[in-house]
Write a protein that binds this ligand. Structure first.
Ligand code: UD1
Length: 316
């Protein structure tokens, strides 16, 4: 099978590309390297075609979709605070870009598009865990952009028969998550801080919680979502079903790394959700998904990766 992975040089993308190559598939990556890195694809560079273009370029997307069976659309502007600061840019990449991907996939007669949705679409609704039937009520431009992408895909399935699945990822973390920007995922920043002997920063009192999901689980879900017949047209939570507060996470990191993880506490972040936890019954039922990697195991792997790859004090 031939796969197009948008954002394939990024964090979740490159981990997914590795697995596709391992399974013997043909892979094309479309990535403008704005946050992705060519070095994430070093191990598979002879086996993968890398097109350095943005999802905002419809003509390039049309070329990239030629002969493709499945599109994994993972290219996006991540980060809630970045979207609060610059909603236009988030919309341009996440909404306009997704519309471009859908048009190109539809016209190239792609079998299915799998979309990187987000837990942020649920917003602040108090009920936990989050089930897909709950009303979406995003509280940030980022969450809204992910909901719009998801709904566009569902409309394309209805209007044009293009199969579409949205995987609502819950706070994915792991090797290759880049700590190089203030908008980076919290666990990459915590790992980099510990590596550099600096203090991790916590926005708020650290009692907010997340269903931190190891990237290996997300990769597995991506591949299952291409194949499952019943998944077409659905939004599906991809998490672990549990949640940890930032304070609990820091205590675990202290244990794993043997380094002090005393945080500096600051004011809470705008657009931030307090608690997040997935109900993964639908993923289990429809995809046969079962998170293989637990949180602690994932944290250990991630720390080992940081120790091996990240140069202390070049970042964070
Ligand atoms: C949100 C989505 C997530 C998505 C991500 C993309 C929710 C619940 N989750 O993640 O699915 O993948 O956007 O960007 O909406 N924090 C600190 N110190 C730091 C950095 C962050 O305390 O140095 C705090 C944040 O305020 C937040 C938590 O850690 O409370 C997680 O932040 P982050 O990793 O940025 O992800 P979300 O915004 O939760």
């Amino acid at each position: 099978m031939r796969y197009l992975v948008t954002g394939g040089a990024g964090f979740i993308g490159s981990n997914t590309v590795d697995e596709l190559v391992r399974r013997g598939h043909d892979v094309v990556v479309l990535d403008d390297l704005s946050s992705g890195k060519a070095e994430n694809l070093i191990e598979v560079q002879d086996k993968v075609e890398l097109l350095r273009h943005s999802v905002t370029d419809l003509d390039r997307l049309r070329e990239a979709c030629r002969g493709v069976d499945y599109v994994l659309h993972l290219g996006a502007r991540t980060s809630v605070p970045r979207s609060v600061k610059d909603p236009l840019e988030t919309n341009r990449v996440n909404v306009d870009g997704t519309l471009n991907v859908l048009i190109a996939a539809r016209d190239a007669k792609v079998k299915r598009v799998v979309f990187a949705g987000s837990s942020s679409v649920y917003g602040e609704t108090p009920t936990l865990p989050k089930r897909e039937e709950m009303p979406a009520a995003p509280i940030s431009p980022y969450g809204l952009s992910k909901l719009a992408g998801e709904m566009y895909g569902q409309v394309f399935q209805r209007c044009y028969g293009l199969e579409f699945v949205s995987l609502r990822y819950f706070n994915v973390f792991g090797p290759r998550q880049d700590p190089g920007s203030p908008y980076s995922g919290v666990l990459s920043l915590f790992n980099a801080a510990l590596l550099n002997d600096t203090q991790p920063i916590v926005y708020g009192d650290g009692e907010q919680s997340r269903d931190f999901t190891y990237v290996g689980n997300a990769v597995e879900a991506n591949l299952l979502a291409c194949e499952s017949k019943r998944a077409a047209g659905l939004a599906i939570n991809i998490g672990t079903g549990s949640r940890y507060t930032l304070n609990q996470t820091l205590a675990l990191l202290e244990k794993i790394t043997g380094r002090p993880a005393k945080a500096k506490y600051g004011p809470p972040r705008e657009g931030d959700i307090h608690d997040s936890q997935a109900d993964i019954s639908r993923a289990k039922d429809v995809l046969g998904y079962n998170p293989r990697f637990g949180f602690e195991e994932g944290l250990k792997d991630t720390w080992e990766w940081f120790c091996a790859v990240e140069k202390p004090s070049s970042r964070s």
